[in-house]
Design a protein around this ligand. Structure first.
Ligand SMILES: NC(=O)c1ccc[n+]([C@@H]2O[C@H](COP(=O)([O-])OP(=O)(O)OC[C@H]3O[C@@H](n4cnc5c(N)ncnc54)[C@H](OP(=O)(O)O)[C@@H]3O)[C@@H](O)[C@H]2O)c1
Length: 282
């Protein structure tokens, strides 16, 4: 019998999991959610996914690859789409080349944001930014072996994210200007990591899955909730996307929901916010 991708539990050993981009905020959360497994966590310094995997990695005999490594600087991708594609398209192809069941992550930015009801898996993508285009191409390179999880507005206790920026600004200023004409679902990476484990453990079919927090809000609503939960008096001045003059266009509406049977349901974004702040306090 070929043991390579046999059920590790039946083979009498722990599941071997490879995490790419392990220094990022989602990678960090996945390390916790998959702590019962035999995990190899590779940071950017360990494996630049724009390069093919080493022979040692290719022979690594993994049961599961959790591919979080990505070019996530949406504005910089407009100026340098080729470098973004080297990570988000070629990098995903390199992860898929390990020929192991793969989870890869994509984004609400594959949609143009013209809808005013939640985007489901059968909705046609139409990215308006270079980042969104590279992620959509990345989805296609992931292949039949992959669960492709589209998610949105990630935040966690580590790394660069909106929550951590607001906590810093809230501590420094009386007022912060925040965009109020983009609506989405801020998703706690801890909840997404747990949902990833459930999806894999339940043996749900491969393919596209929308997984984002319940509820929706604008960035300004989210900022107000952050200040409220953190006990800051900071005011939020509501501004438009146009006023911010960022290089990359963002979808005005990008709430994601799943239409697929058995899809994991995440807690409301406000619960995610509280869970993340509690993790930061702990
Ligand atoms: N952040 C969001 O709001 C959001 C929303 C929807 C979907 N997603 C998707 O969710 C996934 C995880 O995102 P995240 O928020 O955890 O991003 P993140 O915190 O920026 O983490 C991404 C990680 O990938 C690493 N990386 C960048 N280029 C790499 C390369 N060439 N080779 C190997 N590693 C590389 C980064 O390392 P360095 O920092 O050292 O470069 C970083 O540690 C990504 O696929 C992203 O597109 C994110």
């Amino acid at each position: 019998m070929e043991l390579e991708h046999a059920d590790p539990v039946r083979a009498g050993r722990r599941r071997r999991v490879l995490i790419t981009g392990a220094g990022g905020q989602l990678g960090h959360a996945l390390l916790q959610a998959f702590a019962a497994d035999d995990v190899l966590a590779l940071t950017h310094a360990d494996w630049d996914v724009a390069q093919p995997p080493s022979t040692a990695l290719s022979q690594g005999d993994f049961d599961l690859v959790l591919h979080t490594a990505a070019w996530t600087d949406v504005d910089l991708a407009e100026a340098d789409p080729q470098s973004a594609a080297a990570v988000n398209v070629a990098g995903t192809a390199h992860a898929a080349s390990l020929r192991t069941p793969l989870v890869t992550y994509s984004t609400d930015y594959v949609f143009d944001g013209r809808k005013r009801s939640p985007y489901v898996e059968s909705d046609g993508p139409n990215p308006t930014s270079a980042y969104g285009r590279t992620k959509l191409h990345g989805e296609a390179t992931a292949g039949q072996q992959a669960w492709v999880i589209r998610t949105s507005w990630l935040f966690g206790s580590t790394g660069h994210n909106f929550l951590r920026t607001m906590l810093r600004l809230g501590a420094e200023r009386d007022e912060v200007a925040v965009v109020d004409d983009q609506r989405g679902s801020p998703t706690f990476v801890g909840h997404l990591a747990e949902a990833t484990r459930q999806l894999v453990d339940a043996g749900l079919p491969k393919g596209l899955w929308h997984v984002a927090a319940d509820g929706d809000c604008t960035w300004a609503d989210f900022a107000e909730a952050i200040f409220e939960e953190a006990g800051f008096d900071t005011r939020v001045r509501r501004i438009t996307t146009a006023e911010l003059e960022r290089p990359a266009p963002r979808p005005a509406y990008s709430v994601l929901r799943s239409e697929r049977a058995g899809a994991p349901r995440l807690p409301h974004w406000r619960e995610g916010l509280r869970a993340c702040l509690a993790e930061m306090d702990g």
